[in-house]
Design a protein around this ligand. Structure first.
Ligand SMILES: Nc1ncnc2c1ncn2[C@@H]1O[C@H](COP(=O)(O)OP(=O)(O)O)[C@@H](O)[C@H]1O
Ligand SMILES: C=C(OP(=O)(O)O)C(=O)O
Ligand SMILES: [K+]
Ligand SMILES: [Mg+2]
Length: 593
């Protein structure tokens, strides 16, 4: 018996013929009871020359899943350790599967997989192979390296370890390189890990270069114009106010400052200066967003094949466009995504065009909070998250999510509330900075992000609190409009029919991102032919990216997918799924045979 609902929107390049797959009846759930759907076969045909999102026919049945969900429970972790010896990639006769996703699906079922993605900044506390593996097992989707710190050799070592982890253990942890940017910051304290500034002490901020050790109470500053730009009486804020000084005297390249709010100075901390209660934007406002050192780091990132480049202190869309064309001309597959960090007044001023030009955005609350009043940061966060969703760009909420966990094994209640709010806003990803880079409890911090995400997501679904946010059409062509409408409809159907999972066959990830944008109740299994696309999809809300070689014959793709996933125990007969692909511009509702 063959029961299915097939909605076909066929492009002119494909015949509008429908197909059916032998399968049990389609069930629609009413509450907890599933009743068979009346047999029906519907076909909707729209004429369009839609470009296919799918690759040419590829035959070997290689399936790779990843840790996109990673809502790992303790027994899942145990299961991971039992199974973590996976076949090396490229073996087309075997299935490469990330045991963390696999175990989580088996243990928790579809619904309770995690949708919010997690990013960890890698630093001295987490750069070892075992430490990186522990983070991946705990659910790290993206590893961030901050070019403000460490040497290129150190970063290369981290990248190699993450790559090896992916190859040997089947993960798809993506790598994000974050540029230093040319805003004003302190030097590296001559090698010391921190320095204490006491109330009433006089410190010398200087643009002179010193060989270590630095003279006592001396701070080097990276910006040559610093001594000329500041004025006696200015307030000098370290990291947005963690330590405060008042400028009392200028002597050539040296600026003598009186400590008025004592605190700990950390290497390369950001500096801002304020006059009459206002942030001073002197010639430093003219500094290039991407410095000459940043360009060298970007060349390094391109050569190493990082997945994302996050650009610090973006001021306008132009710099993003420039970087994107620079990457396109140089990167092997031209597929490094550019993330705009929103962390300055200028970036807020040009927000929409910056996000439009980028492949994603980061609410970089650390520096943002040093440039605008702190009480304004939460509303800016909400605005940026919402705008990114409307424009279909992944968005990361970053900085100080669990700051106290740098020192303590549990977070403050206020930090948990902040993480909950970011999850409730349905941002794509949450990011750890110091907590994972140099904190004492990196894995525990990641566990907190994971468990809070899972809890809030589940509560949201139970309350059926679907988003009221308006999703404007973003398509720039008729064929894009078709994809968008298909995804909007498929996501709505998935919610109404309470299906177990959405399947999307997507070559470049666009269809997958359109589904993710709808934030459906069920997880989205995204099948893509390229390993690099699979890693990039790992940043997006609700996507479980798989690498799978598939053909342009959807019936055989579905059958292959079903049998591979069933063999891994990741789905079972009777599970209800909706599949979309822009190869056939179709929506298919079916039970797994
Ligand atoms: N590669 C690294 N080497 C040494 N320390 C690092 C590295 N990356 C991060 N850190 C430490 O972790 C802290 C938090 O990381 P992050 O938020 O990325 O940087 P920042 O504080 O400069 O904005 C940094 O201040 C630094 O002390
Ligand atoms: C993420 C941020 O950037 P960085 O850590 O590079 O300063 C931030 O400022 O919040
Ligand atoms: K940075
Ligand atoms: Mg910053």
């Amino acid at each position: 018996m063959s029961h299915a609902i097939n909605f076909f929107v066929s492009s002119s390049s494909h015949s509008p013929a429908t197909f059916t797959i032998s399968r049990p009846s389609v069930f629609v759930s009413t509450g907890s009871l599933r009743v068979p759907v009346k047999k029906s076969l519907r076909s909707l045909v729209v004429k369009a020359s839609a470009a296919s999102d799918l690759d040419e026919s590829q035959s070997s049945p290689v399936l790779v899943s990843e840790n996109g969900s990673g809502g790992v429970l303790s027994s899942v972790t145990k299961e991971y350790s039992r199974n973590n010896a996976v076949a090396p990639s490229g073996d087309s006769s075997s299935i490469e599967v990330d045991t963390v996703t696999e175990a989580e699906l088996k243990e928790n079922g579809f619904r309770s997989t995690r949708r919010t993605k997690l990013i960890c900044t890698i630093g001295p506390a987490t750069c070892g192979f075992e430490q990186l593996e522990a983070l991946a097992v705990e659910g790290m989707n993206v590893a961030r390296i901050n070019m403000c710190h460490g040497t290129r050799d150190w970063h290369r070592m981290v990248i190699e370890r993450v790559r090896r982890l992916n190859e040997e253990k089947g993960f798809a942890v993506a790598i994000m390189m974050d540029t230093e940017g040319s805003e004003i910051h302190m030097g590296d304290l001559g090698g010391a890990s921190s320095a204490k500034a006491e109330d009433g002490e006089i410190w010398n901020f200087t643009v002179r270069a010193f060989d270590p050790p630095l003279p006592e109470r001396t701070i080097t500053v990276n910006y040559d114009g610093f001594a000329e730009d500041v004025k006696v009486g200015d307030d000098l804020l370290v990291d947005g106010g963690m330590v405060r000084f008042e400028v009392i005297e200028k002597i050539g390249p040296d600026v003598k400052c009186l400590c008025t709010d004592p605190g700990l100075l950390l290497p390369r901390a950001n500096l801002t200066f304020w006059r009459d209660g206002k942030l001073v934007r002197e010639r430093n406002a003219m500094l290039p967003t991407i410095s000459s050192k940043d360009w060298l780091d970007i060349d390094f990132g391109i050569a190493e094949g990082v997945d994302f480049i996050a650009v610090s202190f973006v001021k306008s869309a132009e710099v993003i466009k420039h970087l994107k064309s620079y990457i396109k001309a140089r990167a092997r597959d031209g597929d490094i995504a550019v993330i705009a960090k929103i962390e300055s007044i200028d970036s807020l001023r040009n927000l929409e065009e910056i996000i439009q030009a980028s492949d994603g955005a980061m609410v970089a609350r650390g520096d943002l909070g040093a440039q605008i009043p702190l009480e304004q940061v939460p509303s800016e966060q909400q605005k940026i998250v919402q705008l990114c969703r409307q424009l279909n760009r992944p968005v990361i909420v970053a900085s100080q999510l669990l700051e106290s966990m740098i020192e303590y094994p549990i977070p403050t209640r206020a930090e948990v509330a902040d993480v909950s709010e970011a999850v409730r806003q349905r941002g794509d990803a949450l990011m750890l900075s110091g907590e994972s880079a140099m904190g004492q409890f990196p894995e525990k911090a990641l566990t907190v992000l994971r468990t809070v995400s899972l809890r809030i997501e589940r509560r949201w679904r139970e309350q059926k609190r679907r988003d009221v946010i308006e999703l404007p059409s973003i398509a720039s062509s008729f064929s894009d409009s078709i994809s968008e409408e298909i995804c909007n409809s498929a996501a709505k159907m998935a919610n109404n029919l309470e299906v177990d999972a959405l399947f999307v066959y997507t070559k470049n990830g666009h269809m997958a991102s359109l589904l993710s944008r709808c934030r459906p109740d069920c997880p989205i299994f995204a099948f893509t032919t390229a390993t690099s696309v699979r890693r990039r999809l790992n940043l997006q809300w609700g996507l479980m990216p798989f690498r799978l070689n598939y053909s342009d014959d959807m019936e055989s793709n579905l059958n292959k997918t079903f049998s591979l996933l069933k063999a891994r125990g990741m789905i079972k007969s009777g599970d209800l799924i909706i599949a979309v692909s822009d190869m056939l511009q179709s929506i298919q509702v079916m039970n797994v045979p």
